[in-house]
Design a protein around this ligand. Sequence first.
Ligand code: SF4
Length: 361
Amino acid sequence: MTAGLAGYIAKNKWRPRPEWQVDNHAHIDSANPFRIISSGAKSRKPHPMINKRFPLVLMLEPLHACNLTCTGCGRIREYESTISQTLTLEQCLKAVDECGAPIVSICGGEPFLYPHLPALIRELVARNKTIYLCTNGMFIRKKIKDYTPSEKFFINVHLDGMEKNHDIAVEREGVFKEAVEGIKAAKAAGFKVCTNTTIYRETNMDEIDELFTFLKPFGVDGHMVAPAYGYSAVNERDIFMTRDDVHEKFREFEKISHKHRVNTTPVYLDFLRGERDLPCTAWGTPTYNTKGWKGPCYLITDAHHQTFEELMTRTDWESYGHGNDPRCEHCLMHCGFEPSVSLGINSKFGDGFRMLSWMLG
Ligand code: SF4
């Protein structure tokens, strides 16, 4: 998987698509009030690799409907008016082929509610994609029989804490228990299973340590963690963190991270602790849903484009990111920054070795 990804990155760095590298600053959308206070993008000298734009992870949202109403979910709020719409299987596959990213993260909504999910997974496996199926875990036991394990197919279960706090975060009792039963069932059937944890202002790191320790006997293949920061779709409520809060929280996380199989890369963890800077590479993780290609990123919606080409060529990428757009001020989300780790942007001496040890560890 790593070799395949490295080959894809090398190919795109050496022979980048010229039309995706164009500076779109001249096409600023004057209807967007945030862009007129954009600063610094022109004067800052970009890293040579930053101009090599290409997609790494497609965030595919075949539907936004969900059986839960989690506290931190922006999708059920932003897409409330179109919540009953779904993509057809053909639309999903067209997006996958159009984009060409080697990794497809299927999210939503709850993907297990999507009627064409078994066919979609089969088609993605046939296309040799690495698949992350992001789920709340409530339907795994019931539906796992419809799927076949593969080395490149990961079921990624959302768990924000131990039973009491996870059930509060997802606003329903019994979800933690069912998700854990789902994890056990999927592992018993031979699937790769990861967990995905959002770290909020109130998250207690001892509880995350307890959670990862609790999951160990079930053979979970890794844990992803990401910080929760406020953005427009979640109304910037108190549970979401500022940049300084995230740094502090992830300095605490460092004390427990070495004990567990954390999938988050070490360089990105440095960034979360505030020990280094990374540029926003939102173009590396494009999002496609029932409204089209969401631009510029998973979190901010300034436009929905009808084609991937339009997203890549019409978005003024340089006007986003920390210091360029106030909405990006506190963002340290993996969907915006982790691609820069894979692409070696702002890399330091020793990063290659750390990444290699992390991959082999
Ligand atoms: S910094 Fe975050 S919110 Fe801003 S464009 Fe990048 S990913 Fe999106």
